[in-house]
Design a protein around this ligand. Sequence first.
Ligand code: THU
Length: 126
Amino acid sequence: MTDEELLKLAEKAAEHSYCKYSGFSVGAALLCEDGTVFTGCNVENGSFSLANCAERTAVFKAVSEGHRSFRKIAVVGSADGDFSKACFPCGACLQVLSEFCGGDFTFVLPDGAYTLDDLLPKRFEL
Ligand code: THU
């Protein structure tokens, strides 16, 4: 699975985004160590704080299906359907991924790749 293919899957997932309040569609595609891909989109709610991000949707789908070893995640987001600009994952999603991934876990964004160490260098650990 190339980074470009993973980004395409993230874009496809963004088509299912339920973002009637923000108008901002996000899609994610999470590649597991065994090659399985789980996709996710953001799912908003009239009670705004209940919105779930695309990345966490993908992680929770994967973990609930028995997958906990991840290689990388592609993320795209846009308010106008142009997914060419980088949409960085929020802190909550970085923290959720840090539960399962080491510092070399990779985020594939349209402008290039970043590690978890790049984006969340000091992580909370219980
Ligand atoms: N969102 C994500 O899906 N992922 C992120 O990492 C940041 C934000 C969503 C949440 C909300 O539905 C919309 O983007 C605007 O904040």
